[in-house]
Write a protein that binds this ligand. Structure first.
Ligand SMILES: CN(C)CCCNS(=O)(=O)c1cccc(Nc2nc(OCC3CCCCC3)c3[nH]cnc3n2)c1
Length: 272
């Protein structure tokens, strides 16, 4: 650990504390996520190792880059070192828009849509499919060029056990797909549902389903009633979001389907 200087705590992600650090060798600013594995059983520990090994393979401009890991056996803590995103997380941006009573530009929402879809494409279309499982505003980061990056890929599977959830602050699962509520098997269409929730919240500045407790939330999700985006947003964006929030996961579009949308094709031309 002495290769790094620890700066301030940035926040607590869903599975551990995230701190800003500086690599002493080249003064590069990075972050590390501290994951305590002391209370994990052998199975969970081996899953954690395999998830971290998946992370290190994921190299994509819209996925927070994994840099290194340090295992401290004394404190049973693994430190996952990742790139630092200078412009913070999307949850803070949404809170700021809400405070100022301003709406996000539609073009910015299409950029988010395209860039996170690219991140999901990288993972859903690999031979060994990787599911994110925890797409939400606090897990989308903004780099110095205002590019969007999806964080914490794949860690959700191993860390969603009660040992981790019990220990760290876990918010209300606003973005949980209906099949998850019914505890059915998870597939990539759950990530599509969460992407729909993310875009909905970027436009409406509130999640599509809100309730006072998890039970009431589950009822609302299973009812699946989604009000239209605020009227300033186009029918095209509204329909795209609604298509991702269909209760029947088979009816939700795949990432490939989403890239066929005209506005997504336009982004692809700009991005080249
Ligand atoms: C002028 N403003 C627009 C700038 C605001 C920007 N302030 S800031 O202080 O640098 C700032 C604030 C928060 C995040 C970041 N960057 C960051 N955060 C991570 O996790 C912490 C996050 C904290 C909130 C909850 C979810 C997890 C990362 N994980 C991987 N890479 C990461 N990069 C930077």
């Amino acid at each position: 650990m002495d290769a790094y200087e620890v700066l301030e705590k940035l926040g607590s992600g869903s599975f551990g504390t995230i701190r800003k650090i500086v690599r002493k060798s080249d003064k590069k600013v990075l972050v590390w996520k501290e994951i305590r594995y002391g209370r994990m059983n052998e199975k969970e520990k081996s899953m954690l190792v395999s998830e971290v090994n998946i992370l290190r393979e994921l190299k994509h401009p819209n996925i927070v880059r994994y840099k290194d890991r340090i295992i401290d056996r004394e404190s049973s803590t693994i430190y996952i070192i990742m790139e630092f995103c200078e412009n913070g997380d999307l949850a803070s941006v949404i809170r700021k828009y809400k405070r100022c009573g301003k709406r996000v530009e539609e073009s910015r929402i299409w950029t988010l849509f395209f860039q996170i879809a690219c991140a999901l494409h990288e993972c859903h279309c690999r031979k060994q499919k990787i599911l994110h499982r925890d797409i939400k505003p606090a897990n989308v980061f903004i780099d110095r060029n205002n590019g969007f990056k999806l964080g914490d890929f794949g860690l959700a599977r191993v860390l969603s056990t009660e040992t981790q959830l019990a220990k760290t602050n876990v918010g209300t699962p606003y973005y949980m797909a209906p099949e998850q509520v019914n505890e059915l098997p998870y597939n990539e269409k759950c990530d599509i549902w969460s992407l729909g929730c993310l875009l909905y919240e970027m436009a409406a500045l509130a999640p599509p389903f809100e309730a006072a407790n998890q039970l009431a939330l589950a009822v609302k999700i299973k009812a699946g009633r989604v009000s239209r985006l605020p009227e300033q947003y186009s029918e095209e964006l509204n329909q795209a979001v609604r298509s991702m929030l269909q209760l029947d996961s088979a009816k939700r579009p795949s990432i490939e389907d989403l890239f066929k949308l005209p506005k997504m094709q336009e982004q692809a031309e700009i991005a080249v």
